[in-house]
Design a protein around this ligand. Structure first.
Ligand code: ADP
Ligand code: MG
Ligand code: MG
Length: 509
């Protein structure tokens, strides 16, 4: 059985003897004759299109088919060639990842720190305030589950501000629904193939393997095992419109390989059929849930009703392992990132490890508070004077929310005298070295673009809070592969799902 998007509809397709036998639309078991016909027509057209191999062959392939008529599954957006990344920066990002894992884990369990860090933000940002309230409710009742599962991705750009070697600077850390591990597991062989076709055999051998999907699944499987019930499932909490389904499927498949059942559910499925038993075991649609893996719930618009918020609370209160739990979700906010950059804060989390503090801090760009008071006033004055040097960030995720240049100036002018400004943080703008590449995406013309790259490193950990500190030191702290995303330098903001960046692979130099 496979799931496909066809003319904006989600289709569930079953195959028998290479033919479709059943189709359900929008995940409901509803047979639609027309969808079958439509799908078969498109499938025939799609069979003629293969993965682009190199630019000339790509044009040849596309020559006969108008992609805009071909509203079926298409290739994931990707660069034609891999992009150069300095080896030293790449390995620096891998090395610091284990410390970022530890840091996120520690912050997520430090209620006092979260309270202090987010105090100003939650007075003006309703979404963060709502998440914070859930955090408090869970703590008041007492956490049902001591197992913590973290799947995060720390993102960087290489700043070329100082002449010479570009320096690794963190853009942000994603602790909630860090995506693209699935798709990026499949891109190394695409780029290897393209390079070979282009006659660059030696370069093709330098594309690194990257099995992030297996890495994430390994951690989920470990948490599932610790939960300790063979019958219980891993529930993927997914969005209504499943743009990222194929990325998620790669992780689901890795779990099935390990004989772990997965189910995809939406907030409304949980609010309709979810419940807790007296031990706070979570049941959804009659099945016990060992792990809730959130791939939805990071934007205000993901919660369409009060019931959706109640469903989130139900899951957070439950015995199921949450990925992430509410504390880890809050640890990934941009306000926390800014607070961490203040003097002495990292030292509190790593009191006897100055070298770890240094390793993390060296990846920080300048981050500035917009809280009320003289420090915030200084930030405003600096940003209004030289807006081109900064990025203004609200507490949002998913790309397309940050403000730059004239817009940054305008918004700051509007909020500078009120508490509204505390919803944002200010950050130095990173200037990576531009590279030339061709961005392959279905809706964009083929041309050579000046591009900027963003490197991500996936990290996973599973820990059990019920163990003593000594025992916990053995908690799994793992790097789980990398992600390179590339966008045209015309765009200030990024994101693959936001339609700006595309998948890429580093070619280490
Ligand atoms: P989100 O959580 O929405 O992904 P990010 O902080 O990652 O928010 O910002 C989105 C995009 O904006 C990034 O992928 C990057 O392209 C761009 N961006 C963010 N911060 C900076 C920065 N400090 N300098 C340059 N570009 C940035
Ligand atoms: Mg993010
Ligand atoms: Mg981002």
């Amino acid at each position: 059985t496979s799931e496909v998007l066809c003319q904006g509809e989600k289709l569930l397709v079953r195959w028998k003897d290479n033919n479709i036998v059943t189709v359900a639309t929008n995940m409901e078991e509803k047979y639609t004759e027309t969808s079958v016909k439509r799908w078969n027509r498109h499938r025939r057209a799609f069979d003629n299109v293969q993965q682009p191999k190199c630019i000339s062959r790509y044009n040849e392939h596309m020559g006969g088919v108008d992609l805009h008529d071909l509203q079926v599954v298409t290739y994931a957006p990707i660069t034609l060639f891999p992009s150069p990344v300095p080896k030293s920066a790449f390995y620096q990002a891998l090395a610091v990842q284990v410390h970022y894992n530890t840091l996120v884990d520690k912050i997520s369990q430090d209620a006092d720190f979260l309270q202090a860090a987010l105090a100003s933000t939650i007075t003006v940002d309703n979404f963060t305030a709502r998440l914070f309230k859930i955090h408090q409710q869970v703590l008041e009742e007492g956490k049902a589950q001591s197992i913590v599962l973290g799947l995060n991705r720390s993102d960087y750009m290489l700043d070329q501000k100082n002449e010479g070697c570009p320096t690794l600077k963190q853009i942000e850390i994603n602790t909630f629904a860090a995506g693209l591990a699935g798709l990026t597991s499949h891109t190394p062989h695409v780029h290897r193939h393209i390079l070979k076709v282009a006659g660059c055999v030696e370069e093709s051998q330098r594309i690194l393997d990257n099995n992030s999907a297996a890495g994430l699944a390994e951690a989920i499987a470990k948490a599932w095992e610790l939960y300790g019930s063979k019958r219980a499932i891993v529930m993927f909490l997914v969005e209504e419109n499943q743009i990222n389904i194929f990325d998620q499927r790669c992780i689901e498949n890795e779990l099935w390989k390990r004989n772990i059942s997965t189910k995809r559910k939406r907030f409304r499925d949980v609010s309709k059929t979810g419940s807790l038993d007296p031990d706070r075991k979570l049941f959804v649609d009659g099945q016990e849930v060992a792990v809730v893996y959130f791939r939805n719930g990071y934007m205000p618009q993901n919660y369409q009703s009060e019931q959706d918020w109640q469903a989130r609370l139900l899951m957070e209160r439950s015995l199921a392992v949450k990925c992430p739990d509410i504390g880890t979700h809050l640890a990934g906010t941009k306000k926390v990132q800014q607070v961490l950059s203040q003097p002495g804060v990292l030292e509190k989390f790593f009191p006897e490890q100055p070298q770890v503090v240094e390793q993390i801090r060296s990846t920080f760009a300048g981050l500035y508070t917009l809280d009320m008071g003289p420090e915030g006033d200084k930030t405003i004055e600096m940003a209004l004077r030289t807006p081109g040097l900064f990025v203004l960030k609200p507490q949002r995720e998913g790309g397309g929310n940050n403000l730059y240049g004239a817009e940054l100036q305008q918004v700051l002018q509007e909020v500078k005298g009120s508490e509204e400004r505390m919803a944002y943080i200010l950050m130095d703008k990173i200037h990576p070295t531009p590279v030339q590449n061709i961005l392959l995406r279905r809706d964009a013309p083929l041309k050579i673009s000046t591009c900027l790259c963003e490197l991500g490193v996936f990290g996973t950990y599973v820990s059990d809070l019920s163990l003593t500190k000594r025992e916990r030191n053995g908690a799994e702290q793992v790097r789980a592969g990398h992600l390179l995303r590339t966008k045209s330098s015309e765009h200030a903001d990024g994101g693959v799902a936001a339609g700006v960046a595309v998948l890429d692979n580093p070619l280490l130099l």
